[in-house]
Design a protein around this ligand. Sequence first.
Ligand code: PLP
Length: 352
Amino acid sequence: MFNIYKYYDLMDKISKRKRLEFAFLPTPLHKLENLSKYLNANIFLKRDDLTGFSTFGGNKMRKLEFLFADLIEKDSEYVFTYGATQSNHALQTAITANYCGVKPVLYLVDVIKEKNKLPKANLLLDKILNAEIKLIDLKEGEESFEAMNRAQEESKKYIERLSEQKNDCYIIPPGGATPVGSLGFINAYLEIKKYEKDMHISFDHIFHATGTGGTLAGLTAANSYLEDDIQIHGINVSNKDDRYINDIIKLAEESLSIIDIEKKITKENIDVSPDYVGDGYEVPTDEANDAIKLFAEKEGIFLDPVYTGKAAAALVDYIGKGKVEDDSNIIFWHTGGTNALFADEKMLGNLI
Ligand SMILES: *Cc1c(COP(=O)(O)O)cnc(C)c1O
């Protein structure tokens, strides 16, 4: 159950915030009949792989709708962002930047040590978009997020130089994980509640891959404000420390705060699982690969080894272990990222 008055209130408050409506929203939500039968569960798929507006959508488009509205208000000429060489976020930012007539500058950490003469997958698309790309090597023993912090530090000099030449730069941190960006997932959560009302169904669980945490923060913010009882499972795709969940809660609170809602958020409806990361970000796992094949064989749906595959491995495991009640209605959030199937084979492990 959830608070219907707060639902209308949240819709009203978020609609006052500037947003560029370039994503294809609401994204479809449909039941996976074959997979549900096979796993003996009720599994629905939320299709944020279909956010558009290019062929290569994904969850970041929701954040970028709000971030670029902010950017345009500030009249910026450049947008800086950060990610791995195969970052979906960096690609979606470059796509949106070109569309808005803003120059994208991408600081990309070479996590997998790309050796291809011709760049592949997202890096190839970044080049086609003519984004300005700064490659950052991952140092021995360095975690990808540490290299990302280093990239942000390094970009400061360039940003300063551009500002001296009177060029305004808009900075989007990795994954677009800011209070403004997370508004996109407050909006997304409202799509779920509307679907429930229209279709006379109620959901019990949401599973999704969590990286920088902006997605989880937005979902958590809405879930908490609406006093809803859907359990949100954020499946880690990279190694995190104990601060992660508190950072998410802080981001969720700040996101509500910019739409004039002051709310203290507690951990009770959020489950962050570190159990499906394997050896780290962009390192494949057998369980994720099995899940990729399962979704493809049962439903013709393509997941990816970096994000959605790992989240799907968790979904299968939770159901297998009885960690979700029988008959519960589960949303699996397809956050995009399928391009990774066409990246370096190192990202695929023993997929085929
Ligand atoms: C970025 C990304 C995520 C994680 O979203 P965050 O908001 O960074 O936690 C999940 N899946 C895919 C495909 C992504 O690109």
